[in-house]
Structure formats: C-alpha cells, structure tokens
Design a protein around this ligand. Sequence first.
Ligand code: ADP
Length: 230
Amino acid sequence: MSGIELREVWFRYPGSKDWALRGVNLEIRQGEVLALVGPNGSGKTTILKLAGGLYRPSRGEVTFWGSNIWEMNGSKRLELRRTVVYVHEKPILLRGTALDNVAFAPLLRGVPRKEAVRRAEELLRSSGSPHLLGKDRSEMSAGEAQVVSILRAVAAGPRILLLDEPTAHLDREKRGILTDLIGKLRSEGMGIAIATHDHLLALRTADRVAIVENGVVGSVGRPSEVLDCC
Ligand code: ADP
C-alpha cells in the first residue's frame, strides 16, 4: 500500500469508558485527497492522530507503506513518522516571522539555513502569501497563522499531510489559497487527509470522502456519491 492504512482500528482515550473509534478501516493514499466529514465528536481528529502515529491503537493496526508502525523499533518508527505531518486546527507558531516559521521545518530536518530560507520564501510566494513573509507572529490574524502553520508543514516535505479543520479560521481568499495549494500538492504526489466540516472544501478538493459518525467510518466514495449537498 502506497500510504497509510488503518485496519480494524479501535481506540479508547486513557481513562475513558467509551470507544472513540470502533473498527475503523481506512486508507490514506499518496497522490490522493481524502476528506473525513462528520459531526463534532465523531472521531475525525482521533483518526488523523492515529494515522500520524501520534496515538497507538487500542486494537487493530496502523501501517505506513505496508508496515505496522507499532511493531517497529523506535528509530525506524521515528524515521517513518517524519514522512507524515499532522497540522492541528489551532495554529501554534514559533516566535518570529512567517518566513522564520516556514523555514524552521526544513532546518529541523537538517537543511542548511540558506536553502531552508530559500525554500520557505518560495513556498510563501508561490502559494499567494508573499505579504506574509516578514510579518511577525504577533501581528497575524488567526487565518494568516493557520495558513503559515499549514505552509510550515508542507515545507517539511511530507509524503502524507494530515490537516485538521484547515479552514476553521480562513476567509474566502485564504480558502482559495488553501484549495489551490491542496490541488498542487496532490498533483506532485502528496497524499492529503482533511478532517473538515466544510463540505465545499471536500467537494472542491477531495478524490474520496469518508463519512465518520460515532466512531465508525460509514460510506466512502467520490464526493458526489457521498455528500448530501451534491
Ligand atoms: P471530531 O474530530 O470528529 O470532533 P474527536 O476525534 O475529537 O472528534 O473525538 C472523538 C471522541 O473522542 C469524542 O467522543 C470525544 O469526546 C472523545 N475525545 C477526544 N479527545 C479526548 C481526550 N483527550 N480524552 C477523552 N476523550 C476524548
């Protein structure tokens, strides 16, 4: 499998009596956009965090490119986890400018500073956000911070990107920027999973939509087959 797979995954948060996920089967494939759509509390974030290797399933398997990540040794797991980035709904930025924040991801992966800054600058410019380059975190709107946190994740060069409610703080213009970016990354072969309430985003970007309800994945299919709106 070229990507991440959840097989019969059950998950219960520590201390909780209830299952947050109950027997989830799902694939997040490279070169494809998957939207997870469902009401609050249905399990979308939990699925993304399991897919990112941030949580260990209570039962079942999570495989990265065919290998169960929880059966690997720690260093192999860390290496594979670096190929997948989870972006939280609430952006957490480092001190400094948008450029500092986006350049931080390649720097962290050992890219020399000059090259990291060049990549960050190119990414901010090509994704329609050149005005953010020198803008300090403290001056950014919630939407700008959300765009920067997504671009920082992209700059890390993941094979799979997991976006949790990425349009939560975005106005119309920034939603357009995000939609274009998702299309571009997909065409470059990245796999993207998006947890969203935003049916329009799912409709515009997703190859497949999975309906999540009460810890279970129901229908999975093309947006026009699965979403009520279309
Ligand atoms: P969604 O992303 O669809 O809003 P979540 O994955 O956040 O749903 O939540 C799924 C279920 O897990 C909900 O019942 C929620 O209350 C529960 N849950 C989420 N986070 C925690 C946590 N840290 N501890 C205990 N229960 C949690």
